[in-house]
Design a protein around this ligand. Structure first.
Ligand SMILES: [Fe+2]
Length: 196
């Protein structure tokens, strides 16, 4: 564990244990959302669902990337991931992104059930935007490394929210599709264990 890296953060006036709690909750939300978005993408079928499939995949892979970018910082600061994945899921800072009841049994999304699906997606992104805005505010000017990671993630979460809100008829966001699924244009530099 890089002792001085933690000391610098402490000396800047940050409660490192509190910061670790926030980072573990954020990492838990990324991990569980990656799981739930797998189900949501699989169930996004038919004429209406198909158009949504690619951006659910982008958001799904990018959430996995967010987990990849976050967890090393938890260990650097002297924290650790819970030993039991069940405890980890319980610590997640955002609600479970369950498949809506209206799509249970593999029903094709359309009309109201499409809106149900989009609401689950947009609410998950809105929780993430709040999470990383809070982490940026908490670390701003005090912990440049955690701030940089969280700011990169926030940039992607804002784009995810924008994609889904467009489908809900909330107006254009100005964003275009990724070059390839889950490209993570902002977070990629922090995924140092990722080799392509
Ligand atoms: Fe995310």
């Amino acid at each position: 564990m890089p002792k001085v890296a933690r000391e610098m953060v402490e000396n800047a006036g940050i409660g490192v244990e509190k910061l670790l709690e926030k980072l573990i909750a954020a990492a838990g939300a990324e991990f569980t959302t990656f799981y739930y978005y797998t189900i949501l993408r699989v169930c996004s079928i038919g004429h209406e669902g198909e158009g949504l499939k690619e951006i659910i995949e982008d958001a799904r892979i990018e959430d996995r990337n967010h987990f990849e970018a976050l967890f090393p910082r938890i260990y650097e600061l002297g924290g650790e991931l819970p030993r039991d994945i069940r405890s980890f899921a319980d610590l997640a800072g955002c609600p479970d992104a369950y498949l809506p009841d209206s799509l249970a049994g593999g029903k094709t999304p359309s009309g109201p059930s499409m809106t149900d699906l989009l609401n689950v997606l947009v609410e998950a992104e809105r929780c993430a935007v709040r999470t990383y805005t809070d982490l940026c505010e908490y670390t701003n000017g005090k912990d440049p490394r955690t701030y940089a990671i969280c700011q990169a993630i926030l940039n992607e979460e804002v784009e995810h929210e924008a994609w889904f809100s467009e489908y809900l008829g909330e107006g254009p966001s100005g964003h275009f599709r990724r070059g390839w699924p889950g490209a993570s244009p902002y977070v990629k530099p922090f995924m140092t264990a990722d080799h392509d």
